[in-house]
Design a protein around this ligand. Structure first.
Ligand SMILES: CC(C)(COP(=O)(O)OP(=O)(O)OC[C@H]1O[C@@H](n2cnc3c(N)ncnc32)[C@H](O)[C@@H]1OP(=O)(O)O)[C@@H](O)C(=O)NCCC(=O)NCCS
Length: 309
């Protein structure tokens, strides 16, 4: 084989195969084998994202050898709506690595996104070097935290008819319908950097993550996503609402005894006296973005873990 040539012998290149049950199953097996992530719960959550454009290599037995997908992930960036595609599920089975399969999938996916008119592409990766040749740049992610006055749980601090938030169960059909309804009406959780209306990833992340809790705050028509933390900390992952309630209200309803709130998205829409402390996020996972104008958002930002993909 010539140096740099791509060895695809014995493989078929396929696109948009989620409608084929056998190919969908083979794709799910690839993700289980490579990442240990089972995405079949999507079948109970309304099916895979219809905007998703998978491209992959299959062998003669129908085994999915390699895949890379892109899906619609419109973003709010500095007050502007950006028509972005998220790249995900990039994987090659070990025996087939180093033959250029992934390079070909990246080339095809980049072409497909450009042809579909996406002005930006985003992804998360532990291997930024894979994507830098295409012009993807790493965005600096941050943690945000703010001290809060704690309140004894028994003393209501806000005149609400329902001071305690109700925990939702995504596996309950009534609760799932409520989550979908609120998701359909959501406003971006940040004007600086947030997803606009991507709901498939939020539902799947909530389903797959036992440490994530969803709560319904009926009086503010709002669902929060929080993560188990120590009793003195409230770890806020996302707010799903048509109006973002004040942080003091969420604190009072969710964790009144907490003396610190950690916010996992840019807190520009959380009205609160005093500033947030901002520290660089160092979890080894890079958030990367390509924009056709070469521009990328600056300043500390973070993609809500509920939009992680
Ligand atoms: C990363 C992975 C997809 C690469 O697949 P592959 O088919 O072996 O890649 P290719 O042979 O097409 O190589 C593509 C290019 O990336 C480079 N590359 C391969 N692995 C890399 C890595 N971990 N970091 C940076 N560059 C890498 C290759 O040198 C090659 O460069 P070139 O085209 O300039 O010669 C594969 O190793 C894999 O599935 N890993 C586990 C899952 C994973 O990490 N997925 C990526 C998620 S973002």
């Amino acid at each position: 084989m010539m140096p740099g040539a791509i060895d695809t012998s014995g493989l078929s290149l396929r696109s948009d195969y989620f409608g084929d049950p056998l190919a969908w199953r083979a794709f799910c097996d690839l993700l289980i084998d490579i990442f240990g992530i089972d995405v079949t719960p999507l079948e109970m959550l309304g099916g895979p994202d219809p905007t998703c454009m998978p491209t992959g290599f299959f062998d003669d037995d129908g085994c999915c050898i390699a895949n890379l997908s892109a899906f619609s992930m419109p973003l709010m960036i500095d007050g502007e709506i950006v028509r972005a595609a998220g790249w995900q599920s990039g994987a090659v089975r070990p025996a087939w690595r180093g033959r250029g399969l992934f390079r070909q999938l990246m080339d095809i996916t980049f072409e497909r996104c450009s042809a579909a008119g996406y002005e930006a592409m985003v992804l998360t990766t532990r291997h930024p070097g894979l994507y830098e040749p295409y012009g993807f740049k790493t965005l600096q992610q941050a943690h945000f935290s703010v001290p809060m006055p704690s309140h004894p749980v028994s003393v209501p601090v806000a005149p609400t008819k329902d001071p305690l938030a109700r925990r939702l169960d995504i596996r309950d059909a009534t609760d799932l319908a409520l989550i979908r309804r609120v998701l359909a009406e959501r406003t971006p959780v940040s004007n600086h950097f947030a997803v606009l209306d991507q709901s498939h990833m939020l539902l799947l992340n909530a389903w797959l993550s036992p440490s994530v809790s969803l709560h319904w705050l009926e009086h503010t028509n709002c669902i929060t996503a929080t993560e188990a933390s120590t009793p003195d900390r409230l770890s806020l992952l996302d707010i799903i609402a048509s109006n973002i309630p004040p942080l003091t209200h969420l604190h009072a309803a969710l964790a009144p005894a907490a003396t610190e709130v950690d916010v996992h998205f840019p807190p520009d829409r959380l009205s609160i006296h005093g500033g947030f402390e901002t520290t660089p996020a160092e979890d080894g996972l890079a958030l990367m973005m390509w924009h056709r104008d070469g521009t990328c958002p600056t300043g500390p930002l973070r993609l809500s873990p509920m939009a992680d993909f």
